[in-house]
Design a protein around this ligand. Structure first.
Ligand SMILES: [Mg+2]
Length: 391
């Protein structure tokens, strides 16, 4: 078995199915319920191994198997685990029990039903280190900045300059959540164009990263945005990601280095505020201050013959204390803006809140101001060009 080339799939599937004392932390009984379902699936040979955990109020299923990405069997196992955990959550009267399960019936794939999914399939290297990242109180675009740094910024990842396998660069699949379309772009050549797009993280999300020399999968991020699926605010789309490390990929330390800057992300209270993303050990993945600030947990594993060896709690290191301290300072600074932007998200992100209702209520009370100029609709470049050609 050890000499056999093993094609393994790592599936990280998460959902918020209810938590204790508000949106704070998953209850151990719901973890136990999900564990029972996954243990049964392991006994039946559907999955090879698993690790059930939580990041704040999100229940996280980390699974390995041989059934490939988007396997209906594996997705059904995850769905059943969430259903079972949800049932316990309802029995215990947990807050927002069943929140992320938007459908009653499973239809072959959990995508579009509420849970977030990050899956990748690969031939195992002799040693296969991976990092699983799980964030709470933020959205998938929160990974844009750190993932870009890991795979395209030589000031973060020394290997881009000095490792022959990394030197040619990486390809980014960037997903437009509004259109449901992806584009593949290449770094370093298209770096500025990539940044022009992914700097809008609410819309364009780095979904997958491939090593350019051989198209090997390097990273995958969940892209599900609940409110866009449900058409109303249901909670934040706390994302997960899987990243391969070492031997032809960035070193684990280069991957973690990208999280040493607590950049501002959307999420926090009611999913409607910007705040710093704070890397924490798992015991601190518990968002209490104004339901935040947003957290990220990293667990490191080795994958061997599709088994999970580990985990290591990657941010449980005093080397990240200063990052956390800076996050606290930024959290204070942002909080003092109260309901003002840019602490509160912009109007395009507030569509699923009371904001449109407030505007609707005031519709007839707005009156015309004498001599005021109504702003012209901005023209796109192609319109401007056609205007010029008319002259
Ligand atoms: Mg959450």
């Amino acid at each position: 078995m050890s000499s056999e080339k093993v094609r393994t799939t790592v599936s990280v599937i998460k959902a918020d199915i209810g938590s204790v004392s508000g949106h704070v932390v998953v209850h151990p009984d719901t973890i136990a319920a999900a564990t029972r379902v996954l243990a049964e699936a392991k006994a039946k040979g559907i999955i090879v191994d698993f690790y059930v955990t939580n990041a704040g109020d999100d229940l996280e299923l980390i699974m390995t198997h041989r059934k490939g990405v988007d396997s209906p069997e594996v997705h059904e196992v995850a769905w059943n685990a969430f259903k079972e955990a949800s049932r316990i959550a309802k029995d215990l009267g947990l807050y927002a029990a069943g929140q992320d399960l938007l459908s009653e019936a499973f239809s072959g794939n959990v995508r579009g039903l509420g849970p977030g999914v990050a899956e990748m399939e690969f031939y195992e290297r002799p040693s296969e280190p991976i990092a699983v990242f799980m964030a709470d109180k933020t959205e998938p675009g929160a990974f844009n900045l750190p993932i870009f740094k890991v795979f395209a910024d030589p000031f973060n990842t020394a290997g881009l300059v000095i490792d022959p396998k990394l030197h040619p660069g990486f390809k980014f699949e960037i997903y437009d959540v509004f259109e449901g379309k992806s584009v593949i772009m290449s770094a370093p050549e298209e770096m500025y164009d990539i940044l022009a797009i992914i700097g809008t993280p609410a819309r364009y999300i780095v979904r997958r990263v491939y090593r350019k020399v051989d198209d090997e999968i390097a990273a995958v991020v969940s892209v599900e945005r609940l409110s866009l699926i449900a058409g109303r605010y249901v909670g934040k789309d706390d994302p997960v990601a899987v990243v391969r490390a070492q031997a032809g990929f960035p070193a684990m330390g280069e991957i973690l280095e990208a999280f040493a800057f607590p950049h501002l992300v959307a999420g926090w209270m009611r999913g409607s505020h910007h705040g710093p993303l704070m890397p924490v050990p798992q015991r601190y993945a518990k968002c209490t201050r104004f339901d935040g600030p947003p957290r990220i947990v990293g667990l490191g594993f080795q994958v061997k013959n599709s088994k999970l060896i580990g985990p290591v709690d990657l941010f449980d290191d005093p080397a990240f204390d200063e990052t956390r301290r800076m996050a606290q300072v930024v959290a204070d600074y942002m909080r003092r803006h109260g309901p003002f932007m840019p602490h509160r998200l912009g109007p395009e992100e507030m569509e699923y809140t009371t904001l449109p209702e407030v505007l609707e209520k005031l519709k007839d009370r707005f009156f015309k101001v004498e001599g005021a100029v109504k702003a012209a609709k901005p023209k796109v470049k192609s319109e401007l060009l056609s205007d010029e050609s008319k002259e």
